[in-house]
Ligand binder design. Structure first.
Ligand SMILES: O=C(O)[C@@](O)(COP(=O)(O)O)[C@H](O)[C@H](O)COP(=O)(O)O
Ligand SMILES: [Mg+2]
Length: 415
């Protein structure tokens, strides 16, 4: 008869197997708890343990995790892959980011990073396209692709939305994008918006000779999302957009499967991510959320503006590097920089994040003194100047739309 106690989950001489998922946590133990005791409880409660000493008759499959490294507040835990259901992200997160987030044994705990083993990684599809969309859809070469969200976020009629899209596309923007809270409301119904936007897209493509596309937001209950994915495919779309955090990873996985059938790419908006990652010593880091998104198969993901924009960002550069890194052969993910961006910020943004990005500007285009079309031209001009290595002010001297944008916003970070 084996007794299982918290202490069984701590072994600092343990060497993780290659097949194990290794998670790094920052842990602030409760006042009456030392680091070793807290670490053992983290490993226990996130695998197969509990607070009471258990007596188990006969042999059981040992699915215990092991806290094997304690370095200051950092704790590393190794999880046997047999603990997990292959390909089931919700089950994995219920282990590594579940009850432990609310344990009294810790004052604060944050899941900082994961090292994903090959077999577990292979049980996920990963992105269908990744950053290859830049070339495969837009023929953009080494230029960042651009996107714009019509503003105000919601409330525009379908006609108004489509007109804004047309003006932005003909101004040089690659992607029209719905806002995270625009879905199928009566003032701008999904189906009408889809069909009429594609009409405007076709006209803009004919006028500019450039490929254009639309990130339409399919976010809803899962069955409705599947219907909307099919509708986008029927109408000849290349993308769907999903609010991945508010929808949940189980739904994202189901949408990924449906998109596979139609060869559609997935743009992931991360609304609500800050509820998980903003408090520096608690929750789940954006780095881990990005890892989960890549495994579940999104092609584009918002990862911040390297602190140049209006929103708090956690290490955009580090996260983007991870999204581009080798992960047992899984495709990469195209990072999306968005939130308070405008033409004047493009050179510094590219300097910090490189060109393998999508730059989204809503207010930074539609707030242009001369309107959407001029705002779109200004952003495209800023991108073209930056890629060509031309000083922005010098380029602006020949490009009035850019000159006006710089005149209005300079290179300031909006608040
Ligand atoms: O609603 C907004 O704020 C945006 O549409 C940006 O609009 P602006 O371009 O007008 O600022 C995006 O949702 C945020 O960028 C999301 O944040 P993140 O990219 O950090 O996930
Ligand atoms: Mg938005």
């Amino acid at each position: 008869m084996a007794g299982i106690t918290y202490e069984d989950f701590l072994d600092t001489s343990y060497e993780p197997a290659d097949s194990e998922l290794v998670c790094t946590f920052s842990v602030d133990p409760a006042a009456d708890m030392d680091m070793a005791a807290a670490a053992s409880r983290v490993a226990s409660e996130s695998s197969n343990g509990t607070w009471a000493e258990l007596q188990v008759d006969g042999e059981i499959t040992d699915l215990s995790a092991t806290a094997f490294e304690i370095d200051g507040r950092r704790v590393q835990v190794a999880y046997p892959d047999s603990l997990f259901e292959a390909g089931n992200m919700a089950q994995i997160l219920s282990c590594i980011a579940g009850n432990i987030m609310g344990m009294k044994a810790v004052d604060r705990i944050r899941l900082l990073d994961c090292e994903w083993p090959e077999a577990l990684t292979a049980s996920f599809p990963g992105p269908r396209f990744g950053s290859a969309v830049r070339e495969s859809i837009f023929g953009a070469g080494d230029r960042p692709i651009t996107a714009t969200v019509p503003k105000p976020k919601v409330g525009l009629s379908t006609d108004q939305h489509v007109q804004v899209g047309y003006e932005a596309w003909t101004g040089g923007i690659d992607l029209l994008k719905d806002d995270e809270n625009l879905t199928d409301q009566p003032f701008n119904p999904f189906r009408d918006r889809l069909i009429e936007s594609f009409g405007a897209r076709d006209r803009a493509e004919a006028e500019t000779g450039e490929k254009k596309s639309y990130l339409i937001n399919v976010t809803a209950d899962t069955n409705t999302m599947l219907e909307r994915v099919d509708m986008v495919a029927e109408e000849g779309g290349e993308y769907v957009m999903v609010d991945v955090i508010t929808c949940g990873w189980a739904a994202v996985q189901t949408v990924r499967d449906q998109c596979e059938k139609h060869d559609l790419a997935i743009h992931a908006h991360r609304a609500m991510h800050a509820a998980f990652d903003r408090v520096p010593n608690h929750g789940v880091s954006m780095r881990v959320l990005a890892q989960v998104a890549r495994l579940c198969g999104v092609d584009q993901l918002h990862t911040g503006t390297a602190d140049l924009g209006k929103l708090e960002n956690e290490d955009s550069r580090g996260i983007n590097d991870w999204l581009a890194s080798d992960l047992h052969g899984l495709r990469d993910v195209l990072p999306v920089a968005s939130g308070g961006l405008h033409p004047g910020l493009v050179p510094e943004l590219v300097d910090r994040l490189g060109t393998n990005i999508c730059i989204q500007a809503g207010g930074g285009i539609h707030g242009h003194p001369d309107g959407t079309h001029a705002g779109a031209k200004a952003l495209r001009q800023a991108v073209d100047a930056t890629v060509a290595g031309v000083d922005l002010d010098e380029y602006a001297a020949e490009h009035p739309e850019l000159e006006t944008a710089i005149g209005k916003w300079g290179t300031e970070t909006p608040r």
